[in-house]
Design a protein around this ligand. Structure first.
Ligand SMILES: N[C@@H](CCC(=O)N[C@@H](CS)C(=O)NCC(=O)O)C(=O)O
Length: 200
């Protein structure tokens, strides 16, 4: 299998962390920046987005949640998704975390539009407020995360680190110290260091 990814993508990072946590050695990781529109990516995923997992000549999966679920079902005995699929508050927590990631990526894209002189103050503020409100809830309901590792843990860690990477000015650690403490204690393993954006 081949995973097309970009270093900065937090969605791709979640997949790369799952690959390491499941100790898979049958996935080749290939950088394909989505804005380069490489034929291999566009052929595998017409959306032109990473991550994309090419399974074989006939099949490719897009979307980080779906790819992680596929890997977990085939090589992880379903342990990363089991509690999410059976516990609605945890499922909600996971969905909110993914939503923050989507907002944070869109927020970054809006920041980049400054160079094209078409940045929208309305959208910048709306996305920032959405991130702040949602992080507040994620921080206050951290206890919903079970002790055993789930896909929600992986996405929350990717979310926290992406905010530090792209939106350092938000200083989320100062506003949400419990979340910062959780991140420091949970997301320090080899799989996190090896996939940290902007380092390799
Ligand atoms: N819902 C998708 C989102 C993937 C996504 O938005 N990827 C971004 C990089 S972080 C991308 O490829 N953007 C290129 C584009 O929007 O054209 C997932 O979970 O994989």
């Amino acid at each position: 299998m081949e995973l097309l990814y970009s270093d900065a993508s937090p969605f791709a990072r979640a997949v790369r962390i799952v690959i390491r946590q499941l100790q898979l050695n049958n996935v080749k990781e290939t950088v394909s920046h989505p804005f380069n529109n490489e034929p291999i990516l566009l052929h595998a995923n017409p959306l032109g987005k990473v991550p994309c997992l090419i399974i074989d000549d006939q099949q490719a999966l897009m979307d980080s949640e779906v790819i992680c679920d596929y890997l977990d079902q085939h090589w992880g005995k379903g342990q990363l998704y089991q509690s999410i699929k059976h516990t609605w508050p945890l499922h909600r927590y996971f969905t909110l975390t993914k939503g923050v990631l989507e907002l944070a990526v869109a927020f970054q894209q809006e920041k980049l539009r400054k160079e094209q002189h078409c940045q929208s103050g309305f959208w910048l503020e709306r996305m920032q407020q959405g991130v702040q409100r949602s992080l507040n809830e994620l921080a206050q309901t951290l206890k919903l995360l079970p002790d055993t590792q789930t896909i929600a843990h992986v996405f929350l860690g990717c979310c926290c680190d992406y905010l530090s990477f792209r939106h350092a000015e938000l200083q989320w650690q100062q506003s949400f110290p419990a979340l910062a403490k959780w991140f420091d204690s949970q997301c320090c393993g080899e799989e996190w260091l090896a996939t940290k954006p902007g380092v390799h």
